[in-house]
Design a protein around this ligand. Sequence first.
Ligand code: NFE
Ligand code: MG
Length: 519
Amino acid sequence: MGRIIIDPVTRIEGHLKIEAVVEDGEVKEARSSGTLFRGIELILRNRDPRDAQRITQRICGVCPTSHSMAAALALDSAFGIADKIPDNGRVMRNLILGAAHIADHILHFYHLTALDYVDVTQIARYEGSSSALNSIRKFIERGELGPFIPRYEGDYRLPDRANQEAIAHYVEALNMRRKAQEMLAIFGGKMPHNCAIVPGGVTEIPTVDKITSFLWRLNELRGFIDNTYIPDVLAIAKVYTDYLEIGGGCGNLLSYGSYDLDGREADLTKRERLFKQGAVSAELNLDEFNPSNIAEQVKHSWYADSSNGRRPTEGETIPQAEKAEAYSWIKSPRYGAKVYEVGPLARVMASYASGSPKVQELVDHVLSELKATPTSLFSVLGRHAARALETKFVADAMPGWLLELKPGEPAYIESTVPEEATGMGLVEAARGALGHWIEIKQGRIANYQCVVPTTWNASPRDDSEQPGPIEQAITGVKIRDETNPFEIVRIVRSFDPCLACAVHLVTSKGRKLGEVDIL
Ligand code: NFE
Ligand code: MG
């Protein structure tokens, strides 16, 4: 029996440790630990509720846009204006969020995960010359191999030409991310941490110039998604078919739905959204989503115990660094006490199971290319394919949204901060379902809780000892060489974890909260 410890897992955001017990070359059990304590939720206490939209964005530099959306939706509902947001505001929020997701998915595929499947060191023997290849070649010839090496040595299988093209696309993708972020900044002001999404709508007024600037960048990105991103995912999937069979995980998927298509329904669980909401089972049954089924358990997390899990509306963040049985700063969110995976796969499968014709067409096309079945999408490659398909689905919806904008007309409605109120903001961040819950008393924030995608996916065991989604996805996997466990990092990266988000710093006076030795 051996023990593999990967600490930290690289090419993800934040500090994640994975520990796997291996017997006869197979993972028998796995533990996922968030090794950083933050506590943004504590910083929010007693502040003006409108600070939430600013401060929660600082949870993360990758997905701040999603936090601004969740906070704005929570504040819209607490301020009683959820059904009064002008259409210009609703549509620009969708455009800002969509631009963030496009940039984020391109980042994840090319710059974080593709290096598990594409052998960048082969560049030395390629003859082709392009500015993209030359720039990487220059570094490699000088022996400056970071950020590509050190790495676990994978079983690289792409044919030479596809491998060479994928390396060139690594550089092109950097440019594409820049364009998507510029697109975001047209309506959002800047990236990261946009300053336009606020309770009541968006502070920007659309103009024909801004719409045109957005559209030409979008057209270029749509070309890249169709002609480069999706073909590259398929090229990898065709030669790594065993990764359609491993890394499945818990088999339950949860989506809150995202991109509001209707601004007149105050209840977010009933609002018409581009991505459908619901809980999807391994048999692809879609159950109605009910937020009161969400509770966070902390038996194995470094937080003070709360019996039977707490609903986010009653959530607490009380760090307890000395706690028997705890091994993570991540809590364990559960839905109806069961383990759920969140993310692009959940969004795509919720829309697929709900009968969305466009999503069914996209998914069925990929399944026929890969000669695979829908259930095989519960896998490493299923997550990568879903991420690429949803990038297309959102980008293809955006030209229609741009046409809905009414230049020169308002995008924002005034509101007042109530003395007492509660609010809930549900949205989909790039990595999955994101919820913010606010309680206002005497016009200030009495409690604020964020339940974040990677908290779901990288959660530790819960009160009833059920391992979290990533822990389950690793368990049972065959490891060829315990000193080079590339299979594990391929599985973990397919979830696109972000630990900064998951563990959501310091007390305001900078007091030391405790020291933890992690062995
Ligand atoms: Ni820091 Fe995040 C996203 C949120 S977390 S990246 O997407 O919310 O998992
Ligand atoms: Mg939280």
